[in-house]
Design a protein. Structure first.
Lengths: 266, 302
């Protein structure tokens, strides 16, 4: 598979201030940075973000999917560990080192297909960026957004503004009760094989989405999320098993890759 | 002030190299800075045949560092010579291929393959990878085995031969001396130290390989101590590596006796880390009115 060296070639590292932190409940936060020169990023690309004041721990930057590019790029942070806790606790004016844009963006949607965006929890980030890009291109997408409960659906209003949005929660607190795959089965039937799926979320969710895509014979791209040390193809820490053996690397073969290439059973 | 340093018969433009396994094949950094600005580039460990590496998870962040068990995933020596080396030559990079094999025969075959190539400053023999089931540490912890590899590689090439030492040898100075006697032109010290990290919820190790090599600032004091010990034991140049993130870190290694340094995991979090360290050493030398080579062994340790 072709590696997108040209995307890494565009990446630059800047030290920039946080200008906004918008908290959505206790565990989700949208962080917005201010760049001197606009960040030219495409939907599906990511950034490596590290607080300038972090010292030696946490040692590494965090890979964060971009919610937008431009002069004020933003990311969505869900607190899962020490790095994201620090990100979430940051205040406007705090300085961050940001290396971006990184990774392979989503591929274009053929005009004869309906873009079906499937988001699980914090996986909404690259899909909201995609929905906005598709809207700009005159594509109307169907977005399916699932989580355990309503607080997992942090950006439902924003996504709803860009798409025909359907929600699902496992506890039934928002949208239909159940998993996002329930919505997908219905949307696949509706679009009768003329869809292209873009999915991002927890691994079991993406595995289930790819399974349904295969049954419906519909192309399916996924945005990979793994631990990473570098984000640009040298640490080799972000290996993901391939169907035909070997590995692909989430940072440089992805983040966005054909979901059919991945061995979801490993 | 003059930044050149000599490593055996080789002159480096400055004392900062990129450490193996943290700099890919060099070309990954082409978009970030001019590769010729580095003292040298130690490539990802190369084997005779391509290797896919270990299953994930392969890395785990730890306090002031990280564990890795990549398993020497690499494109193989042939692809390196064909697809990477010509461009590295074109860019004027000082290239130090790092070699990994599971037998002396394979080390020799690798060395002979690289001996046919121009534009190689030295080869670095990796007898210290902790993340492969065979061939890594086996050679690195035993002076006799380390010497046997070194001797065989020396015989197979006109290139300068560096040996990368493991901190896991009971007495690293003994392995260092054995490699010197077997003809090594220089030694790199140290590789990572095996560590283990356990998920307290699942009770499983964080890495699929269970153990991984610890790198980063957490290991720096150990590395500086070992470099000091190795420098006392041998007369050949020593290249210090382990946890360097700043110029001051690098200078500690030089003062302990190293003639040059390698910057490793710091490149992961900052692709410009190597260049920043080199610039910082230059500024320090200006301030002290010393050439970089004059720093070597200046620590008052006796």
């Amino acid at each position: 598979m072709e590696r997108l060296d040209k995307h890494r070639g565009n990446a630059r590292q800047v030290v920039v201030p946080l200008v906004r932190r918008d908290s959505i409940g206790a565990s989700h936060h949208v962080l917005t940075f201010e760049f001197e020169t606009a960040l030219e990023a495409s939907a599906g690309q990511f950034a490596m973000v590290r607080g300038a004041s972090w010292g030696e721990s946490p040692f590494l930057p965090r890979p964060m999917s971009l919610l937008s590019g431009g002069k004020r790029p933003s990311i969505l942070v869900k607190v899962v560990g020490e790095g994201t806790r620090r990100l979430a606790a940051s205040e406007p004016g705090d300085m961050f080192s940001v290396l971006a844009p990184l990774g392979r963006p989503w591929s274009p949607c053929p005009s004869e297909r309906t873009p079906l965006l499937v988001a699980g929890g914090v996986g909404v980030c690259p899909l909201l960026f995609l929905a906005r890009s598709l809207t700009e291109q005159g594509h109307r997408s169907i977005a399916l957004y699932g989580g355990r409960c309503s607080t997992d659906l942090a950006l439902d209003e924003e996504l709803g503004a860009e798409s025909d949005l359907r929600l699902a929660t496992e506890d039934g607190s928002l949208g239909v009760m159940g998993r996002v795959t329930v919505l997908l089965e219905k949307a696949l039937a509706e679009t009768r094989g003329r869809a292209k799926i873009y999915a991002c979320g927890p691994e079991p969710m993406m595995a289930a989405v790819v399974r349904l895509a295969r049954e419906a014979k519909v192309p399916c791209e996924v945005s990979l999320e793994t631990v990473m040390a570098c984000g640009y193809g040298v640490c080799l820490g972000c290996a993901v098993p391939k169907v035909d053996g070997g590995f692909l690397y989430a940072c440089s073969d992805g983040a966005c890759v054909d979901g059919y290439l991945i061995d979801w059973d490993k | 002030m003059d930044q050149q340093v000599r490593i055996g018969e080789l002159t480096l433009s400055n004392p900062v190299l990129a450490a193996s396994g943290t700099f890919g094949y060099g070309l990954e950094y082409e978009g970030f800075f001019e590769l010729s600005r580095l003292g040298g580039i130690c490539t990802k460990g190369l084997s005779l045949l391509p290797r896919a590496g270990n299953p994930p998870p392969r890395i785990r962040e730890t306090a002031a560092g990280m564990l890795n068990a990549i398993g020497l995933a690499n494109i193989g020596v042939e692809a390196f010579c064909k697809d990477k080396l010509p461009r590295l030559r074109e860019l004027g990079a000082t290239v130090v291929p790092n070699l990994f094999a599971t037998s002396i025969e394979d080390f020799v075959a690798l060395t002979e393959r690289l001996d046919r190539e121009e534009g190689i400053a030295a080869i670095e023999v990796n007898i210290s990878c902790p993340n492969v089931t065979k061939g890594g540490l086996e050679f690195g912890v035993d002076p006799t085995a380390a010497a046997a590899v070194t001797r065989a590689v020396r015989k197979a090439t006109r290139h300068q031969v560096w040996v990368k030492l493991s901190p896991e040898a009971g007495r690293v100075a003994d392995v260092a001396r054995a490699c010197e006697e077997a003809g090594a032109h220089a030694l790199s010290a140290i590789n990572t130290i095996r560590g283990l990290s356990i998920d307290v919820e699942t009770w499983r190790p964080h890495l699929a390989n269970r153990t991984g090599g610890l790198s980063g600032p957490a290991i720096k004091p150990i590395a500086v101590r070992m470099v000091w010990e190795v420098c006392k034991a041998v007369r050949i140049p020593v290249i210090g590596v382990g946890g360097i993130v700043s110029a001051n870190d690098a200078i500690e290694f030089l003062l302990a006796g190293a003639s040059a340094v390698q910057v490793g995991s710091a490149s992961f979090r900052d692709p410009l880390a190597t260049i920043k360290v080199a610039d910082g050493i230059r500024a320090y030398c200006e301030r002290k009115g010393l050439a970089a080579s004059e720093l070597t062994g200046k620590a008052l340790l006796d």
